[in-house]
Design a protein around this ligand. Structure first.
Ligand code: EPZ
Length: 405
């Protein structure tokens, strides 16, 4: 790889912001919003709720003045999980919500017990019907909530609900991912009173009402990390622009451990990576909540380690089924063995082209990175999964010097 790229907007920052728009009536504008299918599905849900939406390139205009429907059985909710984040915003303003029950997905069961328990502490009552989940709250009130696990989605739901709840809400053990701070920034522009995002204790003072706002979606740290790990695999030098380096957490250190030279320019929100040597193995690394190594980059790291000089151990501690690219990478010549949450990557592989299948979003992107480093032609099926989160991976890679067919 060789080139420079302005990284797309963040899927996991944009989705909760769209949900937050139901907290206030008005016309919202989101800039740098990624053109991905998960955003399309969320817009379907907002339309089901009575919103008008219009997209002009990376700018999204959403008019929520007609949003008066709280029962969403639209096609969007069933297709993905982000509909779950509508619980907090709909209970916050409309005091009622009905969504198709959010099933698990390929990477895990994805329970929402932490969401429901916390919203219950704020006065919401839930009813599980056969295919839908309904929630109701006369008026939400603040609560002192301790999360058993720093769930990103649960933190987002509580944060949104708390902005219009009566009194103060404290979230202890809150998620610290950059997407939480981005959502809080958006909510503050809407008039919410929030303190402590980025730390594990967030405080919210409920207000009477909020108003619409205009906001810029931050760049996608996982898309950035995918390409940085791809550059480690292919060799070369890439520069990624408009990426807040603080959002990358431990990743720059891991890239250095892999043998890359890393150049961070915090003031310019820029990171460059240069890889001119054999990838180094990493004896052991576990995925963990931010700022540690993100589960969403575990597959891309596995692909990189399959070529390393020596064995590595990777442990997936966030989701219970996130080693789905192991059989696909083995088909390309990687020697990887998995047992429960641990994967042993033997390394020393010379990846060769093969027919492989993407089964979920981040694994699919990792297979594309592996294909760039493989000898010969790789054909990847399941690109619809990749399009859920990567706006234009072919266009991005072309700017990084690689032409896909
Ligand atoms: C968000 O999912 C992201 N999705 C995921 O990205 C990301 O992998 C994950 O956070 C972790 O960083 C969006 O932001 C849309 P969690 P979320 O609640 O909120 C368990 C991608 O590829 N848990 O932090 O669902 C859960 O089962 C996606 O972009 C409960 O047990 O993640 C999981 O094991 C994949 N009970 C762990 O916590 C709950 O009530 C982390 O889940 C909630 C979660």
């Amino acid at each position: 790889m060789c080139g420079e790229l302005l990284v797309q907007g963040s899927k996991n920052a944009a989705l909760p912001m769209l949900a937050a728009m139901l907290l206030a009536e008005g016309v919202y504008i989101l800039h740098h919003c990624p053109q991905i299918t998960d955003v399309d599905h969320m817009l379907e849900l907002l339309t089901d709720a009575g919103c008008l939406t219009r997209r002009e390139g990376h700018m999204l205009i959403v008019d929520t003045r007609g949003a008066d429907r709280c029962s969403l059985k639209g096609s969007g909710a069933g297709k993905m999980r982000a509909g779950v984040t509508l619980l907090g915003s709909m209970l916050g303003r409309m005091h009622a919500v009905e969504i198709p029950y959010p099933g698990g997905c390929t990477i895990g069961k994805r329970p929402i017990d932490l969401h429901l328990k916390a919203l219950g502490q704020m006065g919401a009552v839930f009813e599980h019907r056969e295919h839908t989940l309904s929630g109701y709250a006369e008026k939400l009130h603040g609560a002192d909530i301790s999360l058993d696990f720093p769930s990103v989605g649960a933190t987002e739901n509580i944060l949104m609900a708390a902005t219009l709840a009566e009194g103060r809400t404290v979230i202890r053990g809150a998620a610290r991912e950059p997407e939480i701070a981005a959502l809080a920034g958006f909510l503050q522009k809407m008039g919410a009173h929030i303190e402590g995002t980025g730390t594990s204790v967030i405080r919210v003072e409920g207000v009477e009402r909020l108003h619409a706002a205009e906001y810029i979606v931050p760049s996608d740290r996982i898309v950035a990390g995918t390409y940085l790990l791809g550059a480690v695999m292919t060799g070369g030098e890439i520069r990624l622009l408009h990426v807040p380096t603080a959002h990358l957490g431990i990743l720059p250190r891991i890239l250095t451990e892999l043998g890359a030279e890393v150049f961070l320019k915090e003031e310019q929100d820029e990171i460059a990576v240069k890889m001119e040597r054999r990838t180094r193995a990493i004896p052991y690394l576990a995925t963990a909540p931010f700022p540690d190594f993100p589960t969403d980059l575990q597959s891309a790291l596995m692909a990189a380690l399959s070529m390393a000089a020596g064995p590595s151990f990777l442990e997936e501690k966030i989701f219970e089924a996130r080693f789905q690219i192991v059989p696909e990478l083995r088909r390309m010549g990687a020697r990887i063995y998995e047992e429960d949450s641990l994967a042993v990557i033997e390394g020393e592989a010379r990846l060769r082209g093969a027919q492989v299948e993407a089964r979920e979003l981040r694994g699919g992107a990792a297979l594309i990175m592996a294909a760039l480093a493989a000898e010969g032609k790789t054909v990847i099926s399941g690109m619809e999964f990749v399009k859920r989160g990567y706006e234009d991976i072919q266009g991005d890679l072309k700017k990084l010097g690689i032409v896909l067919h």
